[in-house]
Structures are given as C-alpha cells and as structure tokens.
Design a protein around this ligand. Sequence first.
Ligand code: PBG
Length: 325
Amino acid sequence: MPFPYERLRRLRGCDGIRRMVRETRLSPDDLVLPLFVRSGKGEKEPVESMPGVWRASPDVAVELAEEAHELGVPAVLLFGVPDLRDEAASAAVDPDGVVPCAVAALRRRLKDLVVIADVCLCAYTDHGHCGVVRDGVVENDESLNLLERVAVNFAGAGADIVAPSDMMDGRVAAVRDALDEEEMEEVLVMSYSAKYASAFYGPFREAADSSPSSGDKRGYQMDPSNVREAMREIALDIEEGADIVMVKPALSYLDVIRAARDRFDHPIAAYSVSGEYSMLKAAAAAGWLDERACALEILTGIRRAGADLVITYWATEAARWLKEG
Ligand code: PBG
C-alpha cells in the first residue's frame, strides 16, 4: 500500500515507538575491553595515539577491568607489552611474564570477569612478526609449537579464553590439542579467523611497540580485497575447534561480518581496532564529530552487521553511555 496510506514516519514518531521497533540493541554484555599490560606497579603509561588507553601494570589493569566490569562489561582481552624481546619470544612462555601476572591478579580480584589472553608473538619478538622468522621468512609450522606453549602458559595462569591472532595455518588445531593435552578442555579458543593486513592497526603497534622491523604482514594476514577467502578461513578454524570466530578490523569489513553471520552458527566477534578508535578520538578532539554519538553508531552498526561481540577500546565509556541512556 503506497503513500498516502503507508507512512513509515509513523514508526518514528516518538521515542517509545522507536524503542518498540528497534531491531538492533547494544548492551554492555556485547563488549570486550582490550588492555595492554606491562611490568611494574602503579604504572599507567598513556598511549599517545589512543587517548583513554594505557599500558598498565597488573595492579592498574585490575582497576581498569574493575571499572568496566562494574558497568556490565563481561570480559577483557589482554595484550602483553614485555620488557624483553628476543628471537625466541621467551617472555611469552615465561610463567612470570606480564600476561600471566595480570591474569592471576584479575582472577584473584574479579571472580566473574572473563579473561581473554591474546596469543601472538609479535610483541615478544625482536623482529615484530607474528611467527618464527628464519632467513627472512615467517615459518608457519615452526611457529605452531611456540604458539601452543604461549597458549598453555596463559591458560595455565587462569585465562578463560585464549585468542590466537597470528594467522599461521593450523594454529587453532595446534592450540586446541595442546590445551586438551594439558587437561585444559574447559578453556575456550577465540580465533582471529579473518584478520586482514590492515593499516588501521597503526596505533596498536605504537601501544604494543610491535611494528615489524622489516617487511610487512601481508604474507600471513589477509588481503583487504577478499571476502570468499575469509569464509574459508572461518570454516577451517571452526573445523579445527574454534569456539568463537573473529573478523578484524570491523568498520571497513562489515560485509565480511554479515557474510560470516549468514553462513556460520558460531558466535562471531568483531574487533573494532585501534585506528577506528583513534580517528574518531582525533576528530572529536578537533570538535569535528560528536564522539559519544558516533561511537555508539559505529558499535551498533557492527552489531547490526551480525557480530555477537564487539572488542572495542570504547568498552568502558560505551557501557557508561548506555547506562546513562
Ligand atoms: C597482533 C595484533 C595486532 C592487533 C591485535 N593483535 C596487530 C598486528 O597484527 O600487527 C591490532 C589491534 C588493533 O589495532 O587494535 N597480532
């Protein structure tokens, strides 16, 4: 029935009607807060390109997590910023490393918080690549063994979920098997399944000091032009035992999230990455955009595209905005 009988504006006439017909809802339940953890005590070092993000010592990480958790955010995702980087990524397999220490501190203080630990080598290696490098080549199969040990190390410290972000082939099965062998069957694997070689990781690499010293990551991270290949990556990770699959970044890849949602029944996480955060922070600081309205619009858009979970540096602020209404 066309106009003048059909008038879609009737559905937008007042806040109550709009709330009744709203198709997508954003809740603190959907959000995951990433945290960068470093050594020390009482340390809260600002990341210049990411206002509102810090490299925090474990005690401060607990405070940041507690603030988010009290506002209803169920989970944090930990990235280690170690003191030592070497070829063997030794700090990643150290049971007294920054991530195990932070995991243990969070476990002690916040019993119900879901603790996710990112599993990768780039922040721990002197070359900044996500795998083992031999003669300038990132070696796939050799990296798996090390990644397994990192996952077991973080899970052993009490992480509920390990999240491999390296994009080596076969790493989900390798990590799953290693966890099961250690009788850690209850630990989940959240896989960065479709992780693109994105320029939007720039500010993160400042935060984690993880820029590759030579070359780039296009030999293992995905080409931004591809969506069918992302479906193959996700299907393989599911076959290998991933409990949650991820698309990353989020904002430039909403079609990938939608395609994944239409095809797979597994929970889908989307990572709204550092560059997505920094560009809006910068525009808001210049007075060009309304940060709160734009951030909530971005996060809602990612949910509307089909993501169940959104990993976002806005998690705490967004949870507060949602609470305020
Ligand atoms: C490391 C990793 C990166 C991010 C998450 N894990 C960077 C990279 O691959 O170089 C980026 C996250 C962000 O930009 O917020 N494997």
